[in-house]
Design a protein around this ligand. Structure first.
Ligand code: 7TS
Length: 414
């Protein structure tokens, strides 16, 4: 037996982990479920369900408003989740972590608050060709509003960013680069630290869309050097409708509010108001309290497992899946970059992805089909849709085998 290098993460006990996820244990169309749509939304462990139930059955009250016991307990649980986000992202301060509805809202917050205060006619915002619509449309809206220009870093045939032209695209007029850490349609892991270096050299900030990286990789915003980082709870085993925006403290401090209401103010008069410092300045109104508490529990769950162990397990599983899928005839993978995480997008010769997805579903295999809210990627490959299998740390080699078997069956019907 080969000895494990001492710095290698110890392996995950995936069978024990699977027992934590009630939704995985069911039959779909008479077949055991194989859930491979994790890039759309992950499943929820019992620890998160318990945290939600505990709030609703014991502590249900509004936060920051009551001297009464329930409100105090709810506030403590709600405020406590911020330190989980700080730890998960290795942020310097918990005040840098803003509760939002998800990645989409986080990006819109920056575009609508930081944007108009810092971007004007002739300035440039840079995105990439493999962004999710959530990291395209808010910047189009900002450019339309301010007279700035939207530019993009193109991709190559494998679905990797053309870093050979990135330095030219990120020019002296660039104010912000908005880039996905991991592409949702292709799985490409982007060289974010290198992009940060290019952007900072031009005096531009970098916003990282971490929706697809946070479920798979250890994220360290200080090591990445970025300025904003966004992610969604429902992709990291947490509830839907909650996520976080991390931003450097001095940037958040200088940003104006984007929504007004309760909880974000310091003092309100009839003619004018003053505002709380960040993060409360950006959290107007009653938030998704249960969601915040559930997100804290989800991040605790992932951190207890260890994101380095999750990444190592998934890397091994994905290498196995890619090799097995390469043996299936009539399958064309879309996105074959050298550095990928957990996403296998593919086309089947002579069949529409929707039909492939429907027939796989009849075999108990859940994949997503469509443009994956990344239409510019589809346009680049000259297709309108792909089928996409996306993996998580609770998937197994046995499930990969069942997926491949089901694909063979589906191909024999098409
Ligand atoms: N950015 C990326 C890279 C994403 O993958 C997604 C969601 C979002 C932003 C938006 O996240 P939300 O939580 O605010 O909706 N991606 C997907 C997907 O690939 N399939 O369904 C949702």
């Amino acid at each position: 037996m080969t000895a494990m290098p001492t710095d290698a993460p110890s392996p995950l006990d995936v069978e024990a982990i699977r027992a934590d996820f009630p939704c995985l244990h069911q039959q779909v169309h008479g077949k055991p479920l194989v859930y491979l749509d994790n890039a759309a939304s992950s499943q929820t462990p019992q620890a998160v369900l318990d945290a939600l139930t505990h709030y609703y059955t014991h502590d249900r009250a509004n936060v920051h408003r009551g001297v009464h016991e329930l409100s105090q307990r709810a506030s403590a649980a709600y405020d406590g989740a911020r330190s989980r986000i700080q730890a998960f992202l290795n942020a310097e301060r918990e005040e840098e972590c803003v509760y939002v509805r998800g990645t989409t809202e986080a990006i819109n917050l920056v575009a609508q608050s930081w944007g108009p205060a810092n971007v004007g006619p002739g300035d440039e915002i840079v995105i990439t060709q493999l962004e999710h619509h959530a990291n395209i449309v808010p910047w189009q809206l900002l450019c339309q509003r301010t007279g700035a220009t939207l530019r993009h870093i193109p991709i190559d045939a494998a679905g990797a960013l053309r870093m050979d032209v990135a330095a030219e695209v990120i020019g002296p007029r660039c104010k912000l680069v908005a880039v996905a850490h991991v592409s949702n349609a292709l799985g490409t892991i982007n060289p974010v630290a290198e992009i940060v270096r290019l952007a900072h050299a031009q005096g531009a900030l970098v916003l990282v869309d971490g929706a697809q990286a946070t479920p798979h990789l250890p994220v360290d915003v200080q090591a990445l050097g970025c300025d904003f980082y966004a992610f969604s709870g429902h992709k990291v085993c947490g509830p839907t409708g909650i996520g976080a925006l991390w931003g450097r403290h001095h940037l958040l401090e200088a940003m104006p509010p984007w929504q007004g209401g309760g909880d974000m103010i310091s003092e309100v008069r009839l003619d004018v108001s003053t505002y709380q410092p960040p993060p409360l300045r950006f959290e107007a109104g009653t938030h998704h309290i249960a969601g915040v508490i559930g997100l804290g529990a989800a991040l605790d769950y992932l951190m207890d497992l260890g994101m380095d162990r999750i990444a190592a397990y998934e890397h091994d599983l994905f290498t196995y899946a890619t090799a097995r899928l390469a043996t299936v005839e009539r399958i064309r993978p879309v996105g074959t970059a050298a550095h990928k995480a957990g996403v296998f997008s593919f086309l089947v010769d002579g069949a529409h992805p929707t039909d492939v997805g429907t027939l796989l579903d009849s075999q108990g295999i859940a994949v997503r089909t469509g443009h994956h809210c990344a239409q510019p990627v589809m346009t680049f490959y000259g297709v309108s849709a792909t089928a996409r299998a996306s993996f998580a740390f609770y998937n197994t080699r046995d499930e990969v085998d069942r997926f491949v078997e089901a694909l063979h069956k589906v191909l024999s019907w098409l």
